[in-house]
Ligand binder design. Structure first.
Ligand code: NAG
Ligand code: NAG
Ligand code: NAG
Ligand code: NAG
Length: 502
């Protein structure tokens, strides 16, 4: 009789233990799905949870993701792409349909815990030339009305993730913060609306982009443990750009009568490839500092309260637009396949946990044929074609594969295409310039293990394997799954209770 009782005690103490850790951490992340071969959504959800995140932001209503997030314990911020702003702003009917299909459906059928709808993504970005200035606010109002009509007005709030370029500073210091003059009235109206709905303002802040855009930017100021000369603003001394940028917004809000407006950081992170400053060492340094701030529940000098901070991003997206730069496909804390890029201490000595159950295509690569010549007239077009249809950003200046010799450089492009095309034999032809090999062509690391150039094998996203997977352990043997989450102390405690009882 003692045995089942012990198991029972273990389960109770495990659940308590897990709940405690989650409450204490509260990491949030962005999950973008612009990948040629997206990881199966259930694997990503597990990856997110295993690493102590309890909130996730999606950029669009990806049905697979929303379903996998159902009853996961994760809170969801659901984004709406900018292309939807015009139709959503036109009539409430469109918004009602969007809410019915993309919110209510998942909330009621799958138990997806949607807390926010993020209407548009950085719609006032200067680069959009004002394309979304007329439609964003009406779209927000219509989505809000539709949520209320669907009976979700209390549990789901509308917000809008804005780029930090919606504000600027009049004196070069955070205290001089105010909204961009061309959108000041619009911003005030939107904030009034958010405030009336008890919804937060969402802002994306990118120290990497500040560093990247300005060759004179003091690099150390981008990090949290830097030794840049502090920026003195009255009685406050700023030692990093995230604090300074955030407090510029706080000042802008104060000047316009919204001192208490809650703020969420919708995106912040550091990429690992595609640019000289996008490397693993910098990304690790930045994200480690960020994680420590979150664990300390640290705010900024003007707002010393903790802020919900969505790390950008959980995984890489190899099919994202590289209009902002080659680094755009490399923001993930994890690679495309859920493997770890660099170590992070997530708190209490806990390290990152990689994705589990990922399937790969066979160990085959496509390389430039040994017989082919670098002066072959078909070569430039072949490489251009490969890189147009696959991700070659690791070859760009200052990136992980930029040191390859000319032949390996071509091989990298051919292989990227071959993998993206699921290793189809017709994808390794290139006018007879290419051949398939089972020998990994990745160059030796030469002491640089951090940013070594990787000729990756693509993951296998076909259904055939996934259906063949054994049933998930959580439903097959719940007791074992729970026991494995226990730490030694909890086990000892349970035993101790048992001893006392008998
Ligand atoms: C969301 O709703 C719209 C409107 O009903 C629909 O067209 C769309 O397919 C849905 N899904 C996404 C990803 O937006
Ligand atoms: C914005 O304007 C610039 C310059 O006129 C142009 O190059 C760019 O394509 C425009 N972008 C959009 C999104 O309209
Ligand atoms: C390698 O390939 C990329 C993509 O085609 C190209 O931009 C780059 O110039 C090449 N580098 C060398 C050294 O050949
Ligand atoms: C690769 O395989 C996956 C899974 O079967 C499929 O969804 C995808 O369309 C394929 N990609 C290409 C380019 O054939």
């Amino acid at each position: 009789m003692g045995h089942p009782c012990l198991l029972f005690l273990l389960i109770i103490s495990c659940l308590g233990h897990e709940g405690l850790v989650k409450g204490a951490l509260g990491f949030a992340c962005n999950w973008g799905t612009r990948s040629s071969h997206p990881l199966p959504p259930d694997i990503v959800v597990k990856l997110i949870k295993d690493n102590g995140f309890n909130k996730v932001k999606l950029f669009e209503a990806d049905p697979g993701a929303l379903q996998a997030l159902g009853n996961s314990g994760l809170q969801v911020m659901l984004g709406i792409p900018n292309e939807f702003l015009a139709p959503l702003s036109s009539t409430v009917r469109v918004a009602e349909e969007w809410v019915a299909k993309n919110v209510s459906y998942f909330v009621s059928n799958f138990g997806t815990d949607i807390r926010y709808v993020a209407v548009g993504n950085e719609p006032f970005l200067n680069a959009y030339n004002g394309s979304f200035l007329q439609t964003t606010f009406p779209a927000m109002q219509n989505v809000q009305a539709a949520l209320i009509k669907a009976g979700l007005g209390r549990q789901v709030k509308v917000t809008v993730p804005l780029n930090a370029d919606v504000y600027e500073t009049e004196n070069g210091l955070p205290s001089g913060g105010n909204f961009r003059p061309d959108i000041r009235d619009l911003m005030v109206n939107i904030i009034k609306f958010l405030s009336n709905n008890a919804a937060p303002l969402t802002i994306n802040i990118y120290p990497f982009l500040s560093l990247n855009a300005d060759p004179h930017f003091p690099k150390e100021y981008a990090f949290f443990n830097g030794n840049a000369a502090p920026v003195i603003d009255g009685s406050i001394s700023y030692t990093n750009v995230l604090d300074a940028n955030f407090d510029t917004l706080v000042s802008a809000l104060e000047k316009n009568g919204f001192s208490n407006m809650p703020i969420i950081i919708g995106e912040v992170g550091w990429p690992t490839d595609g640019d000289p400053s996008a490397n693993k060492a910098n990304a690790q340094r930045f994200n480690q500092g960020l994680v420590e701030r979150i664990n300390r529940r640290q705010g900024t000098p003007k707002r010393p309260v903790p802020v919900d901070t969505y790390i950008f991003a959980i995984i890489d997206e190899d099919a994202k637009s590289i209009q902002p730069g080659s680094f755009e496909r490399h923001w993930g804390v994890f690679n495309n396949d859920g493997t770890i890029k660099y170590s992070l201490n997530m708190g209490k000595g806990r390290s990152l946990v990689p994705a589990k159950g990922v399937r790969y295509l066979p160990k085959e690569w496509c390389v430039m044929s040994p017989q082919a010549s670098l002066s072959d007239p078909n070569l430039p077009n072949s490489v251009a074609y490969a890189c147009d249809h696959a991700d070659c950003t690791s070859l760009s200046y200052g990136s992980s594969c930029s040191q390859l010799d000319a032949k390996s450089n071509v091989s990298y492009a051919f292989n990227a295409y071959f993998q993206t095309m699921n290793q189809s034999s017709s994808a390794c032809k290139f006018s007879n310039l290419a051949t398939v090999t089972t020998v990994d062509p990745s160059p030796p690391n030469q002491g640089n293990t951090r940013d070594g150039c990787r000729f990756a094998i693509m993951i296998d996203t076909s259904k055939r394997h996934r259906l063949a997977r054994p049933p998930r352990t959580s439903s097959a043997s719940p007791t074992i799954a729970h026991i494995s989450c226990c730490h030694g102390i909890t086990l000892l405690l349970a035993l101790f209770v048992l001893i006392l009882k008998y």
